[in-house]
Design a protein around this ligand. Structure first.
Ligand code: SER
Length: 582
């Protein structure tokens, strides 16, 4: 049975049982406590808690959907036989409409009758100090003739909550065999009996003052991975041989190893869906997840010398294969292709330099990896792909710790300057009275570094800073030069600055003893007295300057820079005013 038929058969089966079929919600959830949609139940959270009325919204207490889902937690496992980032989750849901008996019976009938599959075994909840063993589910399975019933605990068969709080409860799972005879979890049937006022981590750790509260109405929430069901139905060994993946992987060079083929297949499919739902590659939140997926694909592409049209063909195939079930893919086809090309171009600008630097390092641990990330935009998984031996000691945890440490350092640096004068920032040079102004001033500040270097490139190295003053409106930059600039020179300077913005260069900081800092060739302000330790800020390979910050993390955040005025400030000193737009 091909996968589009499975999707339809599932939804039709539940429609016949009185369920309203609801379209997949976006991968960008309404729920701000989670970054991306991780399960079918997410769009229904408010019906379990009673905040919304399913009868009013769906005309039924029961719904079914095929939901686009994404789990970041599995990203490091992708490449093995069964992990994915993006997947489709088939689910039926009930908000006080039916209980365990019907939920289990529906699942049993769908798997055995509608799909013609054999259940290998099922699991039930073994009980904990706060929730009793699920004897009711055991009895229902037994009555249906399922003999192999296994007990499991909180970690495996207790669902939720998703995000910072929500419905949760014990589950019962169905396992079927793949072609190789392995037992694969196919379907997770959750009984939402409780509300927990904290996260799953807090629940598992047993947090004082946070207790499971019974939900007013009994809820059913089931989730079945379409890829795994297709594997059982199509009798393949892995999900990658099903019709959901085989046509994508067939486009990749045969000699590429299986793990890499799977990563490219998974990540390209996931990125295509994310872009269609409005995510754009960036260094924040969901945008950063997308960027990581895309850059890993481009790194593998580059390492194996795969021409770019191959990934283009995979994207095209995703849109073609999934476009009927998810029309947004067709609608956004042009945008998807454009985003792939733009991100590749951006990444390849720094990848070679990053690979060279990587080649020079004898071993790469968390500190080195973080520098590679900051300076060359290479995410953790890209660095891992470059050389498994050299990065053997590098773990995701250590990398993440390094990440957090740097955020703390830059926050501490900014905070020191806060307070006084009713301004949130006043360094003498930079002034901002609130967060919005601070953001603008930060962009203008990095723009000023670019301007300084661009003036030196265009007019010569005799140019040096004599002073600057930055407010939310504009930067005012004074520099030593003995004549008025020509319109052409101004145009060149402005273009050079905006080229650096377009390159989205990373801005990095190194703290160095003053003498060492001077040796790096960084620009500094002769008039100023510097402390023993100074910060040197680098903007990609373009500029290097002593500075206290704050700066944007990537030049793309600056926006378009426009020079609005050039005039004399005093004898031998010129003054430029510039603004940022967008
Ligand atoms: N919420 C459960 C899961 O995602 C069942 O749908 O596995």
């Amino acid at each position: 049975m091909d996968s589009s038929e499975i999707r339809t058969r599932f939804l039709e089966f539940f429609r016949e049982q009185g369920h309203a079929v609801v379209p997949s919600s976006s991968l960008i959830p309404d729920d701000p406590s989670v970054l991306l949609t991780t399960a079918g139940m997410q769009q229904f959270k408010k019906y379990y808690t009673g905040e919304a009325d399913p009868m009013r919204d769906f005309g039924s207490r029961n719904t079914a959907s095929a939901q686009k889902s994404f789990r970041t937690s599995d990203i490091d496992e992708v490449g093995d036989e069964r992990h994915l980032t993006f997947f489709e989750m088939l689910g039926n849901f009930s908000f006080g409409g039916y209980g365990k008996t019907e939920a289990i019976r529906f699942a049993y009938e769908f798997i055995t009758d509608a799909m013609g599959l054999k259940i290998s075994y099922v699991t039930i909840f073994q009980g904990s100090s706060t929730v009793p063993q699920d004897e009711e589910s055991r009895a229902i399975w037994q009555a249906l003739g399922v003999a192999d019933i296994r007990e499991e605990g909180m970690n495996d068969v207790f669902w939720g909550p998703t995000g910072s709080s929500g419905p949760c409860g014990p589950t019962t799972e169905i396992y079927c065999k793949n072609a190789a005879g392995q037992d694969i979890e196919i379907w997770n049937i959750v009984f939402n009996q409780f509300f927990y006022p904290g996260s799953r981590e807090e629940l598992l750790a047993g947090t004082p003052d946070k207790e499971l509260q019974p939900l007013a109405t009994f809820g059913v929430d089931t989730g079945m991975g379409l890829e795994r069901l297709a594997m059982a139905s199509q009798k393949t060994n892995t999900i990658f041989e099903t019709d959901l993946f085989a046509p994508l992987l067939a486009l990749l060079p045969r000699e590429l190893d299986e793990r890499k083929r799977r990563i490219i297949g998974d990540h390209t499919r996931a990125a295509t869906f994310l872009i269609a739902d409005g995510v754009r590659p960036s260094n924040r939140a969901a945008g950063y997840i997308l960027r990581r997926l895309m850059r890993r694909v481009f790194a593998l592409e580059r390492l194996a010398a795969i021409p770019p049209h191959v990934i283009g063909a995979v994207v095209h195939e995703v849109i073609h294969d999934y476009g009927d079930a998810y029309p947004e893919l067709k609608r956004e086809g042009e945008t998807i292709r454009r985003e792939f090309d733009a991100e590749r171009e951006k990444f390849l600008k720094t990848l070679d330099a990053g690979m060279k630097e990587f080649g020079r390092l004898p071993a790469v641990g968390a500190t080195e990896a973080f520098t590679l990330y900051q300076s060359y935009g290479m995410p953790f998984e890209v660095i891992k792909e470059l050389d498994p031996q050299k990065t053997a000691a590098l773990t995701r945890d250590a990398f993440d710790r390094e990440f957090t440490k740097h955020q703390e350092i830059s926050r501490a640096g900014a905070e020191k300057k806060f307070g006084g004068h009713g301004l949130v920032l006043d360094t003498g040079e930079l002034k901002a009275k609130d967060e919005a102004e601070l953001e603008k001033v930060t962009r203008l500040h990095t723009a000023t570094h670019l301007l300084h270097q661009a003036l030196r490139t265009v007019l010569g190295d005799s140019v040096h800073q004599m002073g600057s003053d930055i407010t939310a409106e504009r930067t005012r930059f004074d520099f030593a030069f003995d004549r008025k600039l020509t319109p052409d020179e101004l145009k060149s300077v402005e273009e050079l600055v905006n080229q650096q913005v377009a390159r989205d260069l990373p801005v990095t900081k190194a703290e160095l003893p003053i003498e060492e800092a001077k040796k790096t060739g960084a620009l500094y302000f002769f008039k100023e007295k510097y402390p023993e330790q100074v910060n040197v800020y680098s903007v990609g390979d373009f500029s290097k300057e002593f500075c206290g910050g704050p700066h944007v993390t990537h030049t793309g955040q600056i926006g378009h820079v426009r020079i609005v005025k050039e005039e004399a400030s005093s004898a031998g000193v010129r003054r430029i005013r510039a603004i940022v737009e967008g």
